[in-house]
Design a protein around this ligand. Structure first.
Ligand SMILES: Cc1cc2nc3c(=O)[nH]c(=O)nc-3n(C[C@H](O)[C@H](O)[C@H](O)COP(=O)(O)O)c2cc1C
Length: 220
């Protein structure tokens, strides 16, 4: 479509003033830098700054990805966690191939973070909702389950939602079947600071055998 092609040509990404990132001043581990950048994004009111793309390997060996909420960054262990239903496609994929890549991009700041590594799963279905960090609506959604299965229409969803909400009302600590915390023990983490003149800055951390981190720059 001509209009779209013209707009794509006329609107290059990152054509604005962006923050300066000095890799020489970065902390020795990537989790601390991610926390620093995430707190900065939240302070700058970046909407949904805690949402990341989680990429997995499908049961057909092809890549798959979707957005999920980042639940925690464990600085001591270099672990990034999110929660999901183990019975969903991503849960089944992670059971078969426990590796993931997480990617964030904050357009207002021109900052991308990528990391990848093996994944550890901990079942949280019996944990109380507060421990699982679930709001009432998220708890009901977890009880509805059946994520990514075909849905016949809105009425079927409404019935399942009402039944789950009633269940939660009777017992606010009702177990959420399949609810699982996944932690990515990053082996490689890259911080990318975009620049409006394409002089982008990239800093990569690689986990060393002794548990420390090697740091280095990459050509943009
Ligand atoms: C901003 C945003 C946040 C999301 N957060 C979650 C989440 O925390 N947990 C979740 O299971 N799905 C979340 N989703 C939906 C997923 O992207 C995905 O559609 C769903 O988990 C099914 O994925 P699957 O079929 O690969 O298992 C979110 C989607 C968006 C756009």
């Amino acid at each position: 479509m001509e209009q779209l092609r013209r707009l794509l040509r006329e609107r290059p990404p990152m054509a604005r003033e962006l923050p300066v990132f000095d890799p020489a001043a970065a902390p020795p581990d990537p989790a601390s830098l991610h926390v620093e950048w995430l707190l900065g994004a939240m302070a700058a009111e970046v909407p949904d700054a805690q949402v990341v793309a989680v990429s997995t390997v499908g049961e057909d060996h092809h890549p798959d990805a979707r957005m999920l909420v980042l639940r925690d960054i464990d600085v001591a262990h270099g672990a990034w966690s999110f929660q999901a239903d183990a019975r969903s496609p991503k849960g089944r994929q992670l059971a078969a191939a426990p590796w993931a890549a997480l990617t964030s991009y904050w357009p207002a700041l021109g900052r991308q973070i990528r990391l990848r590594g093996p994944v550890e799963a901990v079942g949280l279905e019996r944990a109380v909702p507060e421990v699982r960090g679930l709001s009432p609506a998220a708890h009901v959604a977890a009880l509805v389950g059946r994520q990514s299965l075909p849905l016949s229409g809105p009425a079927e969803f409404e019935r399942a939602w009402d039944a789950a909400a009633a269940l939660r009302e009777r017992d606010p600590a009702t177990a959420a079947p399949g609810h699982t915390r996944y932690s990515v023990l990053a082996e490689e983490v890259e911080f990318w600071q975009g620049d409006q003149h394409r002089r982008h800055v990239r800093l990569v951390y690689r986990r060393r055998e002794d548990g420390g981190w090697h740091r280095g720059l990459l050509w943009p």
